[in-house]
Design a protein around this ligand. Structure first.
Ligand code: LLP
Length: 464
């Protein structure tokens, strides 16, 4: 990628929101602050190059190549603080590492006073190796292996979130073997229909996570946990799903979890000191999305728990939450270079970039929508129907499918915002594509925090 990224040649017209032919947006060069990370700005001059973290995208592409995930450190830290401040010192914020985890990110979390939730031995290794104290780590999963459980207990993780009767027995045995009492939460299914894509909704009854409240499995798990040696039951966990905009689901979940605490007190005379209400708060991928602020969700959850506990005569438990997407999602963009532009007479223009399905599976998997913008220069405003596609051998649109990208030509840079969550962490080597680097930017400096894969990396695993 060179600085002279705009070879002379025919312009192919502006990309239009697909299916929105009659309503082109007023300003193709505008970058909606709801969708882009906080330090993103377009230069006011004629060129209009976009910058993030004080670094312009031409320099970033030249130094680090494309495609690349560009992570806005300042915005990441600000979002961590917003969650911390919203819940205050009486609560814990666990960042959900599955959204995106790297050692630099773990260090930022540590510095900003957040904890981390992991769901595999791999994530636990990354968190521990970057210095996150084990007691500030919670370990999740519906099918943790024996080895993972032993590793977590031996490392001294603060909480293990138990998801089945089998696991209760297994964990009790492991803890006794290691001569400790492991603090656990029991994950329950509260029966809330979260309004999100069915693949990422997790609180309805018919799915693999959790123990059902209404069916009595949750109460039975509590009975067993209270009698098994080696386990200290600290509380109850609920996670209703992901990319949720409506706070009602969280509120119902909080009420039902407190209801279970009351039943536990009535049956066992025990007041459990903690509840974890999971993650799931949605973010804006396009201007149509309207996410809630952490302060709003914190105020409503804290108040509901306080009120319900007062009604039940319970001491309010310590609350934890586990936001992943809402912290890291908006803080990264993916920078791509346009390779070919193919007008199809009477149909649309196909704009192909140098990444796609291997660096962002979410469009294909969840029908997710993203925004996209021409960022290496300003675009002229002559809308035309087009589609931005990746380079993979897959006819499905494996790249963003809406909103204007300007008038892309070969060599131009396009950026897709809000790719911080579940893009690098779900990246694949489809077509033996090399996973892009993650470059952290802050105050005019950029550094690679996860390097680009190389062909040697591929060959190292393929031992022939
Ligand atoms: N806590 C638990 C127990 C979870 O299972 C999850 C996400 C979270 C917290 C964090 O949720 P968040 O705040 O990031 O929504 N791959 C999908 C998302 C799957 C989420 C799985 N669990 C996607 O790309 O949309």
């Amino acid at each position: 990628m060179s600085r002279s990224a705009h070879p002379a040649g025919p312009r192919h017209g502006d990309v239009m929101p697909e299916g929105h032919v009659s309503a082109p947006p007023a300003d193709l060069n505008a970058l909606d602050p709801k969708v882009w990370s906080r330090t993103v700005a377009r230069a006011a001059d004629a060129e209009g190059v976009v910058s993030v973290g004080g670094m312009d995208v031409l320099t970033l592409a030249e130094q680090f190549g494309t495609p690349a995930y560009i992570l806005d450190e300042q915005d990441f830290r600000a979002r961590c603080r917003a969650w911390r401040d919203a819940f205050g010192t009486g609560a814990d914020v666990y960042y959900a590492g599955k959204a995106f985890l790297s050692r630099a990110v773990v260090r930022w979390l540590h510095e900003e006073g957040l904890n981390v939730d992991v769901c595999s031995g791999g994530e636990l290794t990354v968190a521990l190796s970057a210095g996150m104290p084990a007691e500030r780590i919670a370990f999740h999963g519906n099918n943790k292996s024996q080895a993972e459980l032993e590793y977590a207990v031996k490392s001294g993780v603060g909480h293990i979130v138990v998801d089945s009767f089998d696991e209760l027995v297994r964990l009790s045995w492991i803890a006794r073997q290691q001569g400790i009492r492991q603090r656990i939460l029991i994950r329950v299914t509260v029966g809330v229909e979260a309004h999100t894509h069915e693949f990422i909704a997790t609180a309805h009854e018919d799915q693999k996570f959790g123990l059902s409240l209404s069916g009595g499995m949750a109460a039975e798990a509590v009975r067993r946990a209270l009698t098994l040696d080696g386990l200290e039951l600290a509380g109850i966990h609920s996670h209703i799903g992901s990319q949720i905009f409506d706070t009602a689901g969280f509120e119902v979940a909080a009420r039902r979890v407190v209801g279970l605490l009351a039943e536990i007190k009535a049956e066992h005379g025990v007041e459990l000191p903690e509840i974890d209400l999971g993650g799931g708060l949605g973010i804006a991928y396009t201007s149509d999305d309207d996410p809630r602020e952490p302060a709003e969700i914190a105020a409503s959850l804290t108040e509901i728990v306080r009120r319900e506990c007062a009604a039940e005569g319970l001491t309010p438990p310590r609350i934890s939450v586990e936001p992943g997407r809402a912290i890291v999602g908006p803080t990264a963009l993916t920078l791509y270079q346009v390779g070919t532009v193919k007008p199809l007479e009477g149909l649309r223009t196909y704009v192909s970039v140098d990444g796609g399905m291997s660096d962002n599976i979410r469009t294909a998997l969840y029908d997710a929508e993203y925004s996209v913008a021409l960022v290496s220069r300003r675009s002229a405003a002559e809308p035309m129907l087009s589609r931005v596609v990746g380079k993979h051998c897959e006819p499905a649109t494996s790249c963003p499918r809406r909103l204007p990208a300007g008038r892309p030509a070969p060599g131009d840079l396009l950026a897709v915002p809000a790719t911080g969550a579940y893009c690098r962490s779900m990246a694949s080597n489809y077509n033996h594509a090399l996973k892009p680097p993650v470059v952290a930017v802050s105050e005019g400096e950029a550094r690679v925090i996860v390097r680009r894969e190389t062909e040697e990396d591929l060959l190292r695993l393929d031992i022939g």
